[in-house]
Design a protein around this ligand. Sequence first.
Ligand code: GDP
Ligand code: MG
Length: 166
Amino acid sequence: KSGFVAILGRPNVGKSTFLNHVMGQKIAIMSDKPQTTRNKIQGIYTTDTEQIVFIDTPGIHKPHNALGDFMVQSAYSTLRECDVVLFMVAADEPRSTGEDMIIERLKKAEVPVLLVVNKIDKVHPDRLFEIVSDYTSQMDFAEVVPISALQGNNTSALIDTLSSKL
Ligand code: GDP
Ligand code: MG
């Protein structure tokens, strides 16, 4: 199995952390500051049966200047080049206008969109259920996968799930 997987989500939800965890090395820049990732950084995850090219995107946000606008366009152009989209959100924060903007765009995606609810280590299971229901009421996702990118919880299940979509 092989294909391109885009990781989308607003800044700070853990996209780079996930990519780093999966690749096992620091290939994307990580920081507490939003928008550290300025470019698409690709990691190629290879096993005996899979070759998955991950595309990290600069966080999607409302652009305030030319650089911001470039970064948002860059993230959206990735959508047209991939086979599966991972839409990553944070379990410990409510859905915001940032997410709503991305959801509107994702509704037009022609490839499967997986909802990845990250940072599950930070919330009670009841809260996780609430946040998942909130997102799934907005859009139909091909799959919903809760993970902790930081601790590596359920990340291999996510790889299996996305691999099944390729
Ligand atoms: P990005 O902007 O989406 O690429 O987000 P980053 O990967 O840079 O992560 C933003 C912040 O969230 C960093 O401080 C990470 O350590 C933290 N973070 C990412 N994933 C998790 C997680 O699963 N659990 C917790 N507790 N923190 C996380
Ligand atoms: Mg990043």
